[in-house]
Ligand binder design. Sequence first.
Ligand SMILES: [Zn+2]
Length: 255
Amino acid sequence: MNLRCSIELAARYKAGSQIARVLSEDWCSRELYCPACDSNRISRSRTNTPAIDFTCPKCEESFQLKSLRNWNPNKVVDAGYSAMIRAIRSDTAPNLLLLQYTSEWCVENVLLIPRVFFTESTIEKRKPLNSTARRAGWIGCNILLSGIPADGKIGIVSCGVSEPTGRVRSEFERVNGLAELPPTLRGWTVDVLNVIRRLGKRRFSLRELYQMETELQLLHPNNRNTRPKIRQQLQVLRDIGLINFEGRGYYTLEA
Ligand SMILES: [Zn+2]
């Protein structure tokens, strides 16, 4: 499927973010397919859940859309902190679509982050709004994209060109094993996978992971048994097919 990436040909006006929102929602309902099944469309959500913008009419997978002119590869501003933490704990956070558009109103990048990659360590609490704000005291959050491994950043459109649909769907399918894990365990699994990815190589050793121990400890301050936890997570990653055990403390990432 080749996505037509122009959001709106006639948008020469200086448009505010509200217009960008309308145009990008319109583009998604016109062009986007479901990455989770073979449905060639996703539809605007009819539920009253503010975080859910689209649902798949076939498999009911839900999606939130964020459209931005510029994006920071490390973090993206999200809505309320406590609502997000509740959604993570109850395993109801939607998949996220990050859409970046150009000043000419073309879709430059669309990145899909499967919902299983939202964990408590990827959510950063922002400062409460100050007393002069309309919603004084309200606490928002940032999604730390840097805490999400490459496996959880699936390009649908990259540099204005749509990625092959089959590849997007197989990348989504590949990490679907994470959905089987309870959210309390999944946080650790995603963090360990992120650390493995950051080693930057396909074959790695337990010793190399132990060198990242402090970083994992900081993400999970209440846990005092980081090394056993790392070993446990390696087994989990093997069981869901993301890594292989080679023996003698060596592992490889599944391609
Ligand atoms: Zn679907």
